[in-house]
Design a protein around this ligand. Sequence first.
Ligand code: PMP
Length: 436
Amino acid sequence: MPSTQDLPHTSDGLFERALDILPAGVSSPVRAFGAVGGRPLFITSGSGSRLVDVDGREYIDLVMSWGPLLHGHAHPQIVGAIEESSRRGTTFGAPTAVEVELALTIRALMPSLEMLRFTSSGTEATMSALRLARAFTGRRIIAKFDGCYHGHVDALLVKAGSGALTHGSPTSSGVPQEVAEATRSLRYNDLRQVEELMRAEAGGVAAIIVEPVAGNMGTVPPAPGFLQGLRRLTREHGALLIFDEVITGFRLGPGGAQGRYGIRPDMTCLGKIIGGGLPAAAFGGRRDIMQLLSPLGPVYQAGTLSGNPVAMAAGAASLRLAGGARYAQLEQLATALQGGLLDEASAAGVELTVNREGSMLSVFFGAGPVTDLDSAQACDTVRYAAFFRAMLESGIYLPPSQFETWMLSFAHTSADVEAVVSAAGAAFRSTAKAPG
Ligand code: PMP
């Protein structure tokens, strides 16, 4: 049997071996660095805001595992909770106190989740939420928005963002036509299209699912009134409003996007932060909807590792550590990063748009504004790739695609932000004449 000792000790060497056994050498597409060129780094450890790869280089991490690490890598209290919990057993397939604790904590922070069920991934959460929405309404059509990503659920891989977009297959092959046909993808921030759909499909739309702040075409905040408009239109037409807060939940503030914008969706999907870095996600919402779930009702949904006690302990520790005042500091840090990037770009004569909401941020090489998928795709991804490589060279680990969100954490410091801004200034100057 092979052991890691026998494998190469460099990223390049490991990647060679991985390519033969894991498609594209990775377990999830964007990790392959396909959009930015170069080869992925193999990581050995992380601490706070820093990552270390097998080649012994240290990076300031702005990916943060794509969102779960609100407290940075290996936070002592979260690691402690994982150690303590795992010593008592790693999975029982039976109820535990800590899943009740985490569920109650989530509801206290996000009261719209009157009841919730845990899953192991965001994909399962959105998939189950759709099934429930269709059962509850007795309707078939699901509306989503171009460039939003809700996991790799068949019905939601239509004009999807994130890796699907990065790799040029926003509508995945292998999704049956009849499944894709029941999904309507509309322009983000365009209420008129929503209104038209609701009128055209009178009584046919089961739910609208939305990233309340889009994070998977790069960061794209909702236009003023967009989310309120969705709430009004879904109510008027008897459809459910599902907020996919897998990224925004407990990132945009203690109440997530729904707390920030004061909107009560019918259902919410959560993931990432609620697992504290271990696999956990959830979907929840109105009690009358959630009571349709098996075994209370006829909608089947289950999971061997759902509510896994170690993941629940990590998530509970993560939410316990996240206080309201700290979000304000985090936002200040993100604002400083946004301002610094814009100043450096302007000094280097680079046309840059920086979208930010809370601690979610993305740069787009173009004049902007970036308000939807078309305007995100109009930006210069070749330029982003050159920028990404220059930043990596300077020890800054950015998302390997323009269509992803940079994540700050409570572990990042002003010194980190200054280092990122200074590296960006040099990268803007050195890539100012990049092709494209
Ligand atoms: N929804 C959103 C908004 C996401 O960003 C993601 C993953 N990045 C998902 C759902 C799917 O979550 P998972 O990768 O855990 O299946």
